[in-house]
Ligand binder design. Sequence first.
Ligand SMILES: [Ca+2]
Ligand SMILES: [Ca+2]
Length: 85
Amino acid sequence: MSKGEEGLTPEMERMFKKFDANGDGKVSKSELAEALRTLGSTSSDDVQHIMAELDINGDGFIDFHEFADFCRNNSGLMKDVSKAF
Ligand SMILES: [Ca+2]
Ligand SMILES: [Ca+2]
């Protein structure tokens, strides 16, 4: 494991791959919306809000590091998400 990747778990990687439907290594807004639908949330406000929260560098995509940061900061929530997938 390289420096700066402490705390990454196989579980995070598994979830990220679920979110990243087309496998290009980043989660687009439509992929996020699709994942949230799976979780039972269909409000576009939610998508907007969660996207803004996860997309730290503002490029319109969630990369694995942004996703992992969110997982670390919301471990309780992500436990539920992990169960849903
Ligand atoms: Ca993708
Ligand atoms: Ca980003």
